[in-house]
Ligand binder design. Sequence first.
Ligand SMILES: [Zn+2]
Length: 142
Amino acid sequence: MTTPDDHAFLRQAIALAAKARAGGDPPFGSLLAGPDGTVLAEEHNTTLTDKDITAHPELKLARWAARELDAATAAGTTMYTSCEPCGMCQAVIQWAGLRRVVYALSNDQLLDIRPGSGRPPVPQHGPALLDEVRAVVEGYYR
Ligand SMILES: [Zn+2]
């Protein structure tokens, strides 16, 4: 459920996506709106200009929030983003403790516009060497 206020912030995020595209980067933009509805920070994708595959705006903003906001402010902050966050960004948003995410374009809709943009999952193998790794981890979380 989105509101007219949400749509106003989404339009700002879409404008940031257009800014990214105009600067030669993939067309994605995001912002954070604090508990009082003011814009706290905004970002756009810079994966090409920074030569950094992780330079998604959602990731940059979630890292900023974790660094700069206290937990209560983060818990009242909404991320507005031109496209649904990818799996990498969703995880970092969760770690940052944000209240919610509102997006314009879903990942499925993005794939319709840009077919073949997904990547196959990398095989993962484990667990292994449990006794050795437990000796390092046990006792840390008290
Ligand atoms: Zn992402």
